[in-house]
Design a protein around this ligand. Structure first.
Ligand SMILES: Cc1cc2nc3c(=O)[nH]c(=O)nc-3n(C[C@H](O)[C@H](O)[C@H](O)COP(=O)(O)OP(=O)(O)OC[C@H]3O[C@@H](n4cnc5c(N)ncnc54)[C@H](O)[C@@H]3O)c2cc1C
Length: 492
C-alpha cells in the first residue's frame, strides 16, 4: 500500500487529506501549530472566540462534498447559520447598500442609489452568466494546467472581452461608482485588484457579493475541528504541533519528511498544503528543484497582507451587521496605493466582522465579538516594522469604527489584540506576510502558477492558494479536489 503525507492542516490540507483517506490512500497529516485550521483557526482570548480569518463560508457545497465521501451529512458535525444581510457596504457620506439573498431587495437597493443602474445591473447579470457557462467552466478545470488547456479558454475570453479588467466591465454597465465598488469588492477578498484583474479570472475566483454565505457555529475553530474529525474517522493519522523541516528527496523523487523533533518517515507522495515559497525554499533547500523554484517564485507578484484588530465589547449591537464593509473616501487611489505603491494609506477600507450577532456562543454573555480586517501592502511592498506601526494603525482602526458606527467604542472594549503581516509570516510561514499567496492575474494563472503536481519531482504536490485555481475557500476546496485526483491516480 502506498502512503501519502500532507503538510499543513489548513482548509486546503484538510480537504485534500480527507479526499485521499476516503479514496483508500493511507494518509498522514502533519501540522506545525497545536490546532488545525491555519489561516482559518480560532483565537481564544478572555472568553471570546475570534477567527484568524473570519469564516463566512461561501462554499458550503464544497464542504458537503467532502462529507459525502464518507456518506455522512456535514450538518451532522457542523451547524451552518445563515448570515443576513450577506454584506452591508457603507460609504463615508452615509450611503448604505446591502447584498441580500432576495433579488427584489437587491434591485430596490440599487434603485435607491441610482435607478438608472437597475437595467445595467440586469444586463451585467446576463453577461456574467454567459461568461460563467462559456469560459469559466474551463477555468476551474485541470485543463488549465497545460498550455493547450489554457489556449482553449481564449475564444471565450475574446467573445466576452473577458480579458478586460473587472472594473472596466462594471464601468460599462453600472454608472454609480459606489455600486461598482461594492460589486468589485469580492475580488479584494481573494487578494485581487478589481482595477486590473481580468473579468474571466475575477468571476472564476471570487464569488459575487450575492453568493450565499453561512457562519459555522463556533467559528473557524469548529469548522477546522469538524474537518479534522472527519479525517480521523476515516482512519487518517494526524501529527499536530510538529513543523516539517525537510522534504527528503532522491533525484527527482520525494522519499519522505523530517520534522523539527527529529521524527522521520518514508512516504510515496508528499503534498504541501503550505506556502509554496516556504516549501521550495526551506523544505527542499537541498534539492536543485527547490532552489530553482524559490528563485522563480521570488520574481512573482504577491497579494496584499491583512492587518486584523480583534476586539470584544460589553453590550449587544443588534444594529451592526455580521459583515460590514466601511469604504474610505478614495477607491482607485486607495487600490493603487495598496497594490502598486506600497503605501500605508491614511484612509482605511475596513471589513468589520460581528460574528456574535449570528452566533452568541463566540462571546461571553452580554458581550460582543468583532474583528476588523484591513488590507495593507505585503512585506515586499512595505517592509515596515509592524511592532512599531501596528499600535498606530490599531488606534486609527478603532477611531474610524468609533466615528462611523459606535461612538463610545473605546470605553466599551474589554478585550483587544491585533494580527499583523509579520505575525502571518511567522505563524503560517506566509511569504511576505501575504494573506492570499501569489496574486491572481493572467500571467500567474493556470500553467503559469506553481503546478498542483510538480513537473520535475514526480511525487511532489501542492494544494492551497499558491497553486491552481487560487485563493479563497471555494478555490482552495476545488484545488484540493484536483490535487487529490492526481495523487490518487498515482498512488492507487
Ligand atoms: C485575514 C484573512 C481573511 C481572509 N478572508 C477570506 C474571505 O473572506 N473569503 C475567503 O474565501 N478566503 C479568505 N481568506 C483566505 C482563506 O482563509 C485561505 O485561502 C485558505 O484558508 C487557505 O487555506 P490553506 O489550507 O491552503 O492554507 P493555510 O490556511 O495557510 O494553512 C497552511 C497550514 O500549514 C501549516 N504549516 C506551515 N508551514 C508548515 C510546516 N513547515 N510544517 C507543518 N505545517 C506547516 C500552517 O501552520 C497552517 O496551518 C482570508 C485569509 C486571511 C489571512
Amino acid at each position: 500500500m502506498k502512503h501519502a503525507c500532507v503538510i499543513g492542516a489548513g482548509i486546503g490540507g484538510l480537504a485534500l487529506a480527507i479526499r485521499l483517506q476516503a479514496a483508500g490512500v493511507p494518509t498522514t497529516l502533519i501540522e506545525a501549530a497545536a490546532q488545525p485550521g491555519g489561516t482559518c483557526s480560532g483565537l481564544m482570548r478572555d472568553g471570546f472566540t475570534f477567527d484568524s480569518a473570519p469564516a463566512a463560508i461561501n462554499d458550503a457545497d464544497g464542504l458537503r462534498a467532502l462529507w459525502a465521501l464518507s456518506g455522512r451529512a456535514l450538518e451532522h458535525d457542523l451547524e451552518l447559520l445563515p448570515i443576513e444581510p450577506y454584506t452591508r457596504f457603507c460609504w463615508p457620506d452615509g450611503t448604505v447598500f446591502e447584498a441580500s439573498p432576495d433579488r427584489a431587495e437587491v434591485l430596490a437597493a440599487i434603485a435607491r442609489i441610482n435607478p438608472a443602474d437597475v437595467a445595467g445591473y440586469e444586463e451585467l447579470g446576463r453577461m456574467v452568466a454567459s461568461i460563467r457557462s462559456d469560459g469559466q467552466a474551463r477555468l476551474g478545470s485541470a485543463a488549465l494546467l497545460e498550455w493547450r488547456g489554457m489556449a482553449r479558454s481564449v475564444p471565450a475570453l475574446l467573445r466576452h472581452q473577458a480579458w478586460r479588467a473587472l472594473d472596466d466591465m462594471l464601468d460599462r454597465h453600472v454608472a454609480s461608482e459606489k455600486l461598482r465598488h461594492a460589486l468589485g469588492y469580492p475580488v479584494l477578498r481573494i487578494g485581487g485588484n478589481p482595477l486590473t484583474l481580468p473579468t474571466l479570472l475575477a468571476l472564476g475566483l471570487a464569488r459575487d457579493p450575492f453568493a450565499r454565505v453561512a457562519w459555522p457555529k463556533g467559528g473557524s475553530d469548529a469548522l477546522a475541528a469538524a474537518m479534522l474529525a472527519e479525517f480521523t474517522r476515516l482512519g487518517g493519522v494526524v501529527r499536530l504541533g510538529e513543523a516539517v523541516t525537510r522534504i527528503a528527496t532522491l533525484g527527482t523523487r520525494v522519499t519522505g519528511v523530517e520534522t523539527e523533533s527529529g521524527w522521520t518517515a518514508h512516504f510515496d507522495a508528499v503534498c504541501g498544503g503550505i506556502d509554496a515559497m516556504h516549501m521550495y525554499r526551506e523544505l527542499l533547500a537541498d534539492n536543485p528543484r527547490g532552489r530553482s523554484m524559490a528563485k522563480w517564485l521570488g520574481r512573482k507578484t504577491y497579494s496584499p497582507a491583512q492587518f486584523v484588530v480583534h476586539f470584544g465589547l460589553s453590550g449587544a449591537w443588534p444594529g451592526i451587521a455580521h459583515r460590514t464593509v466601511l469604504f474610505g473616501p478614495r477607491h482607485q487611489g486607495w487600490l493603487s496605493d495598496l497594490f502598486d505603491h506600497g503605501v500605508l494609506q491614511q484612509d482605511l477600507c475596513i471589513e468589520l466582522h460581528h460574528p456574535s450577532l449570528t452566533d452568541p456562543s463566540v462571546a461571553p454573555e452580554g458581550m460582543s465579538a468583532f474583528s476588523a480586517v484591513v488590507p495593507v501592502p505585503n512585506l515586499g511592498r512595505l517592509p515596515v516594522d509592524w511592532a512599531r506601526i501596528g499600535p498606530v494603525l490599531e488606534r486609527r482602526v478603532i477611531e474610524e469604527i468609533g466615528r462611523r458606527l459606535i461612538p463610545d467604542l473605546e470605553s466599551r472594549i474589554v478585550a483587544r489584540f491585533q494580527h499583523t503581516p509579520d505575525d502571518a509570516a511567522r505563524d503560517w510561514n506566509s511569504h511576505l506576510g501575504s494573506a492570499h499567496g501569489l496574486a491572481p492575474g493572467l500571467l500567474q494563472s493556470g500553467a503559469l502558477r506553481p503546478h498542483n503536481r510538480d513537473p520535475v519531482i514526480e511525487n511532489l504536490y501542492l494544494v492551497g492558494p499558491d497553486t491552481h485555481p487560487g485563493a479563497g475557500l471555494p478555490s482552495v476546496l476545488a484545488g484540493a479536489e484536483l490535487t487529490a485526483t492526481m495523487m490518487i491516480e498515482q498512488l492507487l
